[in-house]
Design a protein around this ligand. Structure first.
Ligand SMILES: NC(=O)c1ccc[n+]([C@@H]2O[C@H](COP(=O)([O-])OP(=O)(O)OC[C@H]3O[C@@H](n4cnc5c(N)ncnc54)[C@H](O)[C@@H]3O)[C@@H](O)[C@H]2O)c1
Length: 365
């Protein structure tokens, strides 16, 4: 067991993924679907995005067990106009539905140059860059966005009315790693506040407000209150537009109509999952520009940005995705970073489902 900081440990990524995969199979997911969900979580951890990594396993398991998520969805194409597809996810796991949607989008973009897939009746899809990097890996530009439960106050309000609705854009580069922007429209992903609660830590100023609308450092009060949008009205505006595109346009739920849990579904008398919507888009680069020329121009762009004069007190200029590539290299070498809280959650699940032991795996490091 490698102690990385006060209460974080380095654990081999493949072992955690295998364990999550087994746990998801135990609650009824097919081997293939369990692999997708586990891969999606570990993708986030490997890139250092621990808010969307293995820490989500317990809540996903709970959602499968309570029937909030459909463990064997019948994902259906409702409309197919060539470059525009509408998919119904049948309330399955968000990652399972979204992988199908992005695969479809990429295949179609390869045929006709670009494609959009709009998705309804889905659930939490994890880190958005999981899907956009599927495009950049095959020399396409990927875009995606999703709506999410109303945990964020729109600019000017103290009430949670919109989600932290993230979006990601991934663009292939040549010598440099692909440029991958993946951001929530809140100051930070709400998962960071959930992790702070699990770890009993305060949160920095400006992340969230309490129920009365006052800035709070108390992670518990923040979860009862609202996360704040980044950039004031700008992040708020982007979140509203993403809700319109992912929720209203696809026929999914939007704003406060997105459900957070089986408990909320039963209180509201609604027999359904979250009702989340997504949008996936892929652009084939080659019809517009010869791919090697495009990549060398992206390289030039990155190089010019990175060699700009530094601002006072800055040590380096990073482009989107660069930090995650460093985390990736570190994780491959030394294991992914899991908090003590996540390790004990996983350990409990392992005991419950009799599938091995996270700590045992960790001790092998
Ligand atoms: N599925 C959902 O409902 C949902 C909701 C919210 C967030 N998320 C996910 O949460 C994750 C984290 O989101 P976040 O907003 O907290 O991320 P974040 O604030 O850490 O921002 C990450 C992005 O900013 C770039 N970046 C970070 N530091 C940088 C620096 N110093 N210089 C230049 N660029 C830098 C990164 O390369 C990356 O593209 C994302 O993967 C997102 O998709 C998912």
């Amino acid at each position: 067991l490698t102690l990385a900081s006060d209460d974080h440990y380095r654990v081999p990524a493949e072992k955690v993924k295998n364990l999550c995969n087994q746990l998801f199979q135990k609650v009824g997911l097919s081997k293939q679907d369990a692999e997708i969900v586990a891969d999606n979580l570990i993708f986030a951890d490997i890139r250092g995005v621990s808010s969307h990594g293995a820490t989500r396993t317990a809540s996903y398991i709970n959602r499968a067990q309570t029937g909030f998520y459909n463990i064997s969805p019948n994902i259906q194409i409702l409309e197919d106009k060539g470059g525009l597809i509408l998919l119904d996810g049948d309330n399955g796991f968000g990652a399972v539905i979204s992988k199908v949607a992005m695969d479809l989008t990429l295949a179609r973009a390869k045929e006709i140059g670009c494609a959009i897939c709009s998705v309804r009746n889905s659930n939490h899809f994890g880190a958005a860059s999981y899907y956009t990097t599927m495009a950049s890996r095959i020399d396409m530009i990927g875009f995606c966005c999703t709506n999410s439960p109303a945990n964020m106050a729109p600019y000017g309000s103290k009430n949670s009315m919109i989600g932290t609705n993230p979006f990601s854009i991934a663009i292939p580069a040549g010598e440099y790693p692909d440029v991958v922007l993946d951001i929530a429209t809140s100051i930070v992903a709400r998962g960071n506040i959930i992790n702070a609660v699990k770890e009993g830590k305060p949160i920095p100023d400006g992340w969230a407000i309490d129920k009365e609308g006052y800035i709070t450092n108390d992670a518990e009060l923040a979860l009862q209150g609202s996360v704040l949008p980044f950039g004031g009205y700008k992040g708020s505006g982007i979140s509203i537009m993403i809700d319109a595109i992912c929720g209203v346009l696809s026929g999914a739920e939007f704003g406060k109509h997105i459900l957070k849990s089986a408990g909320e579904a039963s209180i509201s008398g609604k027999n359904r999952g979250s009702g989340i919507g997504h949008l996936f888009l892929a652009i084939d680069i080659s019809p517009l520009q010869e791919i090697n020329l495009f990549k060398s121009r992206i390289d030039q762009m990155i190089s010019e940005i990175k060699s700009a004069e530094l601002a006072p007190n800055a040590s380096e200029i990073l482009v989107p995705g660069e930090l995650e590539v460093r985390n990736f290299q570190n994780s491959k070498q030394s294991g992914i970073l899991l908090s003590e809280a996540t390790i004990s959650e996983l350990t409990e699940l392992c005991k419950l489902f009799q599938v091995g032991n996270t700590l045992e795996y960790a001790k092998e490091m």
